[in-house]
Structure formats: C-alpha cells, structure tokens
Design a protein around this ligand. Structure first.
Ligand code: SF4
Ligand code: SF4
Length: 334
C-alpha cells in the first residue's frame, strides 16, 4: 500500500474495492480502502479503458456562434493509469478486445490512447472460482498474457514480476527492483501450479474452426439454449470481451454531445433498422448471435482462439443459468 501511495504523482491508480456485497475497481483516493482479498470484480475492468458512456464530440447549434454545427473532439485524460490487482483473465480480455479496436483496417483513437496509457498490474488467482475456465481458453490463473506486471500473493509477501518496459518502469518508481531469492520463486511456481489444478471445468473449443458456419447457424439446439433467456444484457455488460457500442446525440438547448454507449446484441433495438425492419427480431436469433460471434465468427476471423477469456462472469450472473461452457460443448461437438 505504501508503495502505491508513493506512485500517485506518477499514475492515476485504480484498485479493487469492496462495494456492498461485491468488488469493483475504484480510484486509490482514500474514500474506499483497496481490498486485494477478492476472487474477481463483478463487472470486468473494461470500463477503465473503454467507458460505458464516453463523450466523443461536442457542438453548438447556436447560429450566432461562428463554430455553430462544427463537431469538436471532447477533452480526454490520457495520463498514465495503473490498474492494480487486475486478474489475468481480464488482462487477456483486454487483448481480445484490442483486436477489434486496433487492427490494420481500423484504429479507434480513444481506445488506443486509453489502452496505451494503461499499465496492467496483475494479481494471480490463488483460488479460482468454480465458474472459472481460463485454462481452457488460452489463459491461466497466473498467465502473464497481456500484463505489464504479475503479482504473486505469497501470504506474508507479494512477489512482483516485471513483464514489459512499462511494468519495469512502474516497479522502479515503486522502489522495487531487487532479485527475489530462490525459495520465493519456488513458492510462486508452486502456487501457480496448484491454482491451475483447481480449475476442473473442461470446455471444448478445438473443433470450432472446422465447423461450417451455416450448419452451426441452423443447428437444432438454439431454441433450447435461448428458451429461458430474458434478453437482459447482463452477460454482455459484465463481459471483458464484449465490445459493441451505439452512438447517440444528446442535445440540451443549443448544446449537443455525441456519445458512445455500450450496447448489446441481446437487446431487440440493437439491430432495428430505420425502416422498421429488424433482422434479429426474436430472442433465438439474438442468443445465437452472441454465441456464434464469440465461438465461431471471431474464431474464423482472427484465428486466435475464442472471444472469451474464461472469467466465468456470464455463467455466475445470468439470471436463468445460460452457461457458455455448455453452449461451447454443443457447438464444438455438433
Ligand atoms: S444474462 Fe442470461 S438471460 Fe440475460 S441476456 Fe445474457 S443469456 Fe440472456
Ligand atoms: S463470455 Fe462470459 S466467461 Fe467469457 S469472457 Fe465474457 S463474461 Fe467471461
């Protein structure tokens, strides 16, 4: 904690804090004490890089203003931001979402600037939840993927492993840098191995890329999968790898803002055309879309595994117990 306090001049710092019955990320501003004794936050830390609502542009409609009707980019804060205590699955989640926002065809300037100014200080999971399946989708409770630093909670001590230049700079500013002794390194290795063994869920994804899209699309199981869904959007909003958004203009008097807000393919309005036609106007089509996107379209497009980091949030919080692990089995073995 002392080390973090000393970094406040160099970084905005976000840490896990307890909020009612759940944990979330909050600012290290003294209002709520950091709490690293947690399994994972209810919402993923996605909003720290990609806010749920983000003002993109602002404008005036006042014809007396020489700048009337000209969109001006809203001011943003891209100062260095350390996200401390992020779980490895959520760092992996950022890597997956980054493929959508930063690729050879398109670079989203706001995502890129927020992401590049962030330092991801991971905290390995000593005790994964029963719903976690990170090891089945290319990660692990102590995976270094996407992290700048990985912390091991060894009880009396934290061991910090710098993984990138950004991470090493953070550690230097925090006053770290000494080499850990052999016994601590061994303890860290044992901890990581035992945590991985605790993840018992098997999830098959190995045959997804060989499936024919149209056959999966027309598979008979979608009615059953979607039967209980109430299209609440919970699964998409707490997911670290869902990236869809909508853009709205909000005008008050003569002043306007152009804002982008998270959206979800689970909502009926998501695909409603201006003509009134809706290509996904029933829930079976929407539920199918969510899983086809994560487990087939993404797989085919990026050749990089599935669009899921195995955090298990949608499994834990879906009010009708729709379970992506079971859907993946259905699709993989169809
Ligand atoms: S959380 Fe469950 S019920 Fe809600 S939209 Fe997602 S799958 Fe449907
Ligand atoms: S699909 Fe579910 S398990 Fe996978 S990353 Fe999103 S919330 Fe986590």
């Amino acid at each position: 904690m002392k080390a973090l306090e000393g970094l406040k001049d160099s970084y905005k710092i976000s840490v896990p804090v307890k909020d009612g019955d759940f944990h979330g990320f909050g600012s290290l501003d003294g209002k709520k004490a950091p709490d690293f004794d947690y399994q994972n936050t209810r919402l993923s830390p996605k909003s720290l890089v990609y806010p749920q609502s983000e003002r993109m542009f602002e404008y005036t409609l006042d014809e007396n203003d020489p700048d009337a009707n000209i969109l001006k980019e809203s001011a943003k804060d891209y100062s260095p931001h350390a996200i401390v205590g992020i779980r490895p699955c959520d760092a992996h989640g950022f890597q997956i979402a980054n493929l959508n926002f930063d690729n050879p065809e398109y670079r989203d300037p706001w995502w890129v600037m927020h992401f590049e100014s962030s330092v991801l200080v991971g905290l390995g999971c000593n005790e994964p939840c029963s719903t976690c399946f990170c090891t089945q989708v290319g990660g692990g409770p102590f995976s270094e993927k996407g992290l700048d630093i990985l912390l091991y909670d060894l009880g009396d001590n934290f061991l910090a492993r710098g993984l990138t230049d950004k991470g090493e700079e953070f550690l230097k500013k925090a006053g770290g840098g000494s080499q850990a002794d052999e016994s601590l390194l061994k303890d860290a290795g044992d901890l990581a191995a035992s945590a991985s063994e605790m993840i018992s869920t098997g999830v098959s994804t190995d045959k997804l890329k060989d499936k024919v899209i149209n056959e999966l699309f027309d598979a008979p199981f979608w009615d059953d999968v979607a039967f209980g869904c109430i299209n609440c959007g919970t699964c998409a909003y707490l997911c670290p790898t869902c990236w869809c958004f909508d853009i709205q203009d909000e005008v008050l008097g003569k002043e306007g803002d152009r804002i982008r807000n998270w959206d979800s393919c689970m909502f009926p309005l998501f695909t409603l055309h201006g003509s009134g036609h809706n290509p996904r106007d029933n829930k079976v089509q929407r539920v199918r879309q969510r899983f086809m996107h994560k487990l087939k379209y993404y797989v085919d497009k990026y050749g990089n595994g599935v669009q899921c980091s195995g955090c298990g949030r949608c499994v834990r919080y879906c009010p009708v117990n729709i379970d992506i692990r079971q859907v993946s089995e259905l699709m993989n073995n169809f």
